[in-house]
Design a protein around this ligand. Structure first.
Ligand code: ADP
Length: 486
């Protein structure tokens, strides 16, 4: 039996991406397809999205969606079936999907993503003659209003799933926006969408969706705590029977070292020596002229969540122990400056590229010896999964999805031949430095290092398992409705 579902999301690879959310949203339709789910993606009609749509068709016009004209445009792009919410006054802007060119959040984000949620609910209510999904799957705060509009609107037409990719982004807006959201007054309560005196879009989704998922089993536990629940731990605990941890997969065709056109030379686990060519390309590109030691890379948002301040503090020690560092990232201006200063202190030992560069991110995974991920929290994390697949050994904090996907190279794991990386518990310069020391020591033993690489490359982090898990969850929500039990 085939089901139709609608994924509501603010970014989707390869049309528009700021982080892992886009990778996941881009891969999900193909992941659930083998299990009988046709998943369409509803996404804001940002300029690159509108440009990418092949054979676009206007399938609905809103005369007044939160005070603006808007239409739903259906088309395909890069193999994805997409419905774009084309509302130029909301989405046709220079800058990023959430913020202007200077990095300041768009002040009307509540209206932009409120409109997205409302459009999703309207589609689920049947405004499109040609397409009516049986389930809505909302992602993060930007999708969070979709389940709320379903719950507080007329009837409760289809079930919904709310996936938390990062609970640290609550989508909070002042209470003054509530009337404009066109919800009934009873929605503005603690049991509804009220959050710290204002409106919380993620909270809205968590309260009203039929099921909640997050992107790793460990993070599903961690967000029950005050420390990592970011004020939403109460809802998570209250709804614990509806919370599922489903690990993200990776797109194994985009991320395939044996057929990756962004690499100087492709390779596989049987031809690891070929990685040297990629390493040379990194040495050239990042001016890592210091001889010999392992190259550690970073591909990351430069933020405190990612523990980048801790890495800045550990950088001198990393060079002192013979390591080299290639950093690709952007984010907090203070951290960008600090990394540039570290590079200036260690010419030949540290190279930094500030910016977002998809091809370079592939080369770094394909040529560096290790990738450093000292996150304070990490819902799932994708860069360690790419690292594992590329023989780029992760050195990572023991948190969230990192703890679920990396097998630490302790004595037992090494003896059993199952280790794939290095984990450390204290996200402090000392904790990171101790892990880096272990990595540098292991790098000195060729066979040990090779075994880490090969075991990582063999691990299966494709979407197979997770695609089935999502499809089963969808079906478990749709079937009771169909038989009239819900
Ligand atoms: P998050 O979504 O929290 O930023 P993830 O590890 O889940 O972290 O996903 C990050 C994604 O963004 C990965 O695909 C990673 O390769 C990519 N990425 C992060 N920073 C950069 C950058 N500066 N250039 C290219 N790709 C990047």
């Amino acid at each position: 039996m085939t089901f139709q579902a609608l994924s509501v999301v603010s970014e989707v690879y390869p049309l528009i991406k700021t982080g892992g959310l886009a990778d996941v949203a881009g891969a999900l339709p193909a992941a659930v397809a083998p299990h009988g789910v046709e998943l369409l993606t509803l996404i804001p009609g940002y300029p690159p999205v509108m440009k990418a749509l092949a054979q676009p068709r206007i399938v609905h016009r809103f005369n007044d969606l939160f005070g603006t004209e808007a239409s739903l445009v259906r088309g395909t792009a890069s193999g994805l079936e997409v419905i774009a919410l084309d509302a130029p006054s909301l989405f046709a802007r220079e800058g990023g999907p959430y913020s202007d060119a200077k990095g300041a959040d768009w002040p009307d984000n509540w209206r932009r993503f409120g409109a997205l949620g409302l459009a999703a609910a309207e589609i689920a209510r049947g405004i499109l003659a040609e397409y009516r999904p049986q389930l809505v799957h909302a992602h993060d705060w930007q999708g969070g209003m979709a389940p709320a509009y379903l719950r507080f609107g007329e009837g409760h037409p289809v079930p919904s799933v709310m996936t938390v990719h990062n609970i640290a982004f609550p989508g909070w807006f002042p209470p003054e926006v509530f009337p404009a959201l066109l919800l009934p007054p009873e929605a503005f309560t603690i049991a509804g969408i009220e959050y710290f005196g204002g409106v919380g879009f993620l909270k809205a989704g968590l309260q009203t969706a039929d099921a909640i998922t997050t992107v790793s089993p460990t993070y599903a536990q961690e967000i029950r705590s005050k420390e990592l629940g970011m004020g939403l731990e109460g809802v998570i605990v209250e709804r614990q029977d509806s919370v599922h941890g489903i690990l993200n997969g990776i797109d194994t065709s985009t991320w395939n070292p044996s057929a990756d056109t962004h690499l100087a030379v492709p390779y596989d686990a049987k031809a690891l020596a070929q990685r040297e060519h990629n390493k040379r390309a990194i040495e050239l590109g990042f001016r890592l002229t210091a001889q010999g030691g392992p190259i550690f890379c970073v591909v990351s948002r430069l933020t405190s969540q990612k523990g980048m301040d801790v890495l800045v503090e550990a950088a001198d020690a990393l060079v002192a122990m013979g390591g080299r560092l290639a950093v690709l990232g952007s984010g907090d201006p203070k951290l960008e400056t600090a990394f540039k200063a570290a590079a200036a202190r260690h010419p030949g030992g540290i190279g930094v590229r500030i910016g977002y560069d998809e091809p370079l991110s592939h080369l770094l995974q394909g040529g560096s010896d290790a990738i450093i991920i000292p996150s304070r929290f990490e819902p799932c994390g994708l860069t360690q999964l790419y690292g594992l697949r590329y023989g780029c050994v992760p050195v990572a904090a023991r948190t969230g999805g990192l703890a679920d996907t990396i097998i630490d190279a302790n004595e037992a794991a090494l003896a059993a031949g199952v280790a794939t990386g290095f984990l450390f518990s204290e996200v402090t310069p000392e904790g990171l430095i101790a892990a880096l020391k272990r990595a540098v020591a292991a790098y000195g033993h060729r066979e040990v290092w090779r075994s880490l690489q090969v075991h990582g490359m063999k691990a299966d982090f494709s979407w197979k398992r997770s695609g089935r898990a999502y499809a089963e969850l969808y079906k478990s929500l749709i079937m009771p409705r169909r038989s009239g039990r819900a």
